[in-house]
Design a protein around this ligand. Structure first.
Ligand SMILES: NC(=O)c1ccc[n+]([C@@H]2O[C@H](COP(=O)([O-])OP(=O)(O)OC[C@H]3O[C@@H](n4cnc5c(N)ncnc54)[C@H](O)[C@@H]3O)[C@@H](O)[C@H]2O)c1
Length: 257
């Protein structure tokens, strides 16, 4: 599918993988809507790309509806929904002091990562459904979700994060089946370790990232956000890619810690 002349909404578009995707889609001629909590960076990026910023907490369905309305209001047909907003969390099921995992933190991670993805996927797809098909197949648009390899092999302390990302993986096939009725494809990317602000900027963060590289097979480095954006773009372009969960990880297989 050609994105040129379409609107694309990108949750988490103010940083990291979402930002790189917003830049790539704008470069390819899409009008981007950056839907993010981070007003300052989100607005700066949207302005730079000639797009629109919508301050959005993806776990709040009214705010997601408003962001999708902003995409529709661009006057360009909404054809692309990218879910990239997400938060990390580390907490053991039972910690070293014997205390069980907090239910508040578990709920928070599920609300942002999983329910946030659910909101933008369904509310975005409902808006895509109101556009005219673009081709002889009856295609109207594409949804791309961001899970993680932690969905498949979560490490120690990733109970909540892995559950949230596993839920995104689990939604992929049924969503693709449901949305086939309106000509929308759905794919999910499971990144490994990509160098983004999610790891922070301290010297500890650099040390932490260096450790994470060890199990990467090849190339022996962190992934780059622009490489992620390139994959997103090729999944949008290739009309036969649907209902797929794709690892994007330099061959990494996570160890328990
Ligand atoms: N970077 C990696 O190595 C990696 C690996 C696997 C999966 N992921 C996933 O990729 C996605 C993007 O991560 P990133 O590395 O670009 O992180 P990032 O921290 O650079 O960007 C995440 C963005 O999401 C936004 N956000 C957070 N909570 C939000 C909310 N409730 N509503 C709206 N926006 C919200 C933040 O403001 C930020 O702009 C996340 O879902 C993350 O779990 C990242």
């Amino acid at each position: 599918m050609d994105v040129n002349g379409s609107a694309a909404i990108i949750s988490g578009g103010a940083s990291g993988l979402g930002e790189a995707t917003a830049r790539e889609l704008a470069r390819q001629g899409a009008t981007v809507v950056v839907a993010d909590l981070n007003e300052e960076r989100g607005k700066a990026i949207a302005d730079e790309l000639g797009g629109v910023f919508a301050r959005t907490d993806v776990s709040d369905e009214e705010q997601v509806q408003a962001a999708v309305d902003a995409a529709v209001a661009t006057g360009k047909p909404l054809r692309v929904v990218i879910n990239s907003a997400g938060i990390g969390w580390a907490e053991r099921t039972v910690n070293r002091e014997g205390a069980p995992h907090s239910s508040a933190s578990y709920r928070k991670v599920i609300e942002v990562n999983l329910i946030g993805t659910f909101h933008l996927m369904r509310i975005g797809a409902a808006a895509i459904a109101r556009t005219a098909p673009v081709d002889a197949d009856g295609q109207r648009g594409v949804v791309i979700n961001t899970a993680s390899v932690a969905a498949l092999e979560g490490q120690t302390g990733q109970l909540a994060y892995s559950a949230s990302k596993g839920g995104i993986v689990g939604m992929t096939v049924p969503a693709a089946r449901d949305l086939s009725a309106i000509g929308v494809r759905v794919n999910t990317i499971c990144p490994g370790i990509i160098d983004t602000p999610i790891y922070g900027f301290s010297s500890n963060a650099e040390e932490f990232k260096a450790k994470l590289v060890a199990p990467v097979v090849f190339p022996k480095r962190l992934g780059r956000p622009d490489e992620f954006a390139q994959l997103v773009f090729s999944l949008i372009q290739n009309d036969y890619m649907n209902a797929e969960v794709i690892r994007f990880d330099g061959g990494i297989r996570f160890q328990p810690k």
